[in-house]
Design a protein around this ligand. Sequence first.
Ligand SMILES: NC(=O)c1ccc[n+]([C@@H]2O[C@H](COP(=O)([O-])OP(=O)(O)OC[C@H]3O[C@@H](n4cnc5c(N)ncnc54)[C@H](O)[C@@H]3O)[C@@H](O)[C@H]2O)c1
Length: 440
Amino acid sequence: MTSNQDNNGIRPAAGRLGILTPGLGAVATTFMAGVESIRRGHSKPIGSLTQMATIRLGKRTDNRSPLIKEFIPLASLEDIVFGAWDPIPDDALTAAKKAGVLDERDLAPVAEFLKAIVPMPAVFDNHYVTRINGANVKKGKTKRDLGEALRKDIREFKAKHKLDRLVVVWCASTEIYLKPGPAHATLAAFEQAMDANDDQIAPSMLYAWAALMEGVPFCNGAPNLSVDIPALLDLANEKGVPISGKDFKTGQTWLKTVIAPGIKARMLGLKGWYSTNILGNRDGEVLDDPASFKTKEESKLSVLHTILQPDKYPDLYKDFSHVVRINYYPPRGDNKEGWDNIDIVGWMNYPMQIKVNFLCRDSILAAPIVLDLALFSDFAHRAGMKGIQEWLSFYYKSPMTAAGLQPEHDLFIQQTKLKNTLRHLMGEEQITHLGLEYYA
Ligand SMILES: NC(=O)c1ccc[n+]([C@@H]2O[C@H](COP(=O)([O-])OP(=O)(O)OC[C@H]3O[C@@H](n4cnc5c(N)ncnc54)[C@H](O)[C@@H]3O)[C@@H](O)[C@H]2O)c1
């Protein structure tokens, strides 16, 4: 902790922080088990910037590079309390075992802890996620009633666990593809649509609405619209609450946003990028439904165009072919295997190929992102930030931006933006890497 903690108008991270996840599946349980295991000293928070990354301050010659968690007032892992909603009534231990991400030897020491996390009845509707069936579901005459029931859950959870603050991180299944429409345009239209049980109001939007109404930051780990509609953006601004999304940037897309900027930085051309994966977890099963896959596909396809800017560089990137496939293949469980074939073009138009074969573990990559998003969103809230947190684009495949702006996808630009936001909030100089101190 630094003496800056009370400065810059940022409220200190005193008291307990509740992290609520709609969805208690592979990602959420891996996240919760991991945090508890770290708290007990059984593992290190690998993959988490809030826990492991440093941040350079001042000139290179100053030699000031504290850990981020020592530079900004973040909630401590010890102060986190977990809760969830899920239509499947399994407690977190049962759900983690079914997800098959973590080995028995890692689950055993935290088994009692996980067992105590029992999901609250979900707002769930098969129309939006066809491949899941569960009985742990709220009943209500209208979507507004269901949203109000979620608000009540949030308030009761806060009171029961004597929490100071809360964050909601969507870790539930990907819903079918919805386009922003009139029901999403204003808060009044949205609330009217809730009363009328309009199909355009998906469960994820009700969770987002409930969180914002309760003054709780909302992060969206899936590609469904949820909080990414004008009505809820207005509500976030009105209530002074940070929001961010969409879709955790983990395996193949994360690597895409590392490799594509490298190709572009050297002004090499691209003829095509073919990505395919096999995935056998429940997420893979949900994405096997074409309507849910369409939501995911939109999210995965958008990154290359914004990084490569074909309109600015037609000679290099006009009309490149970009194909993304996800194949549900049960034997692999959560251990996704991805293949990328990248056809690039060099000097005098000579073709070259890059092949990437990534044997990743989806939830192992996603868990630290959930932690960082929750801690940074809570920090942003205490710092008085509201609305879309573009500096958290680093964590998302389809970053939310203000209307009319292109999202930034390049991982290293995103990282610079994230760290510069922290420097700015703490009253430190931003680092542009333009310093001329060595040449003076
Ligand atoms: N793991 C990754 O690398 C990664 C990356 C990006 C996005 N995501 C997204 O994160 C989400 C979670 O992934 P996962 O692997 O944990 O999936 P999962 O299927 O293991 O868990 C999702 C859980 O959400 C529950 N659920 C569905 N609808 C719900 C609702 N309306 N309310 C509450 N719970 C609901 C399901 O019953 C299930 O238990 C998915 O949308 C996935 O696309 C994951």
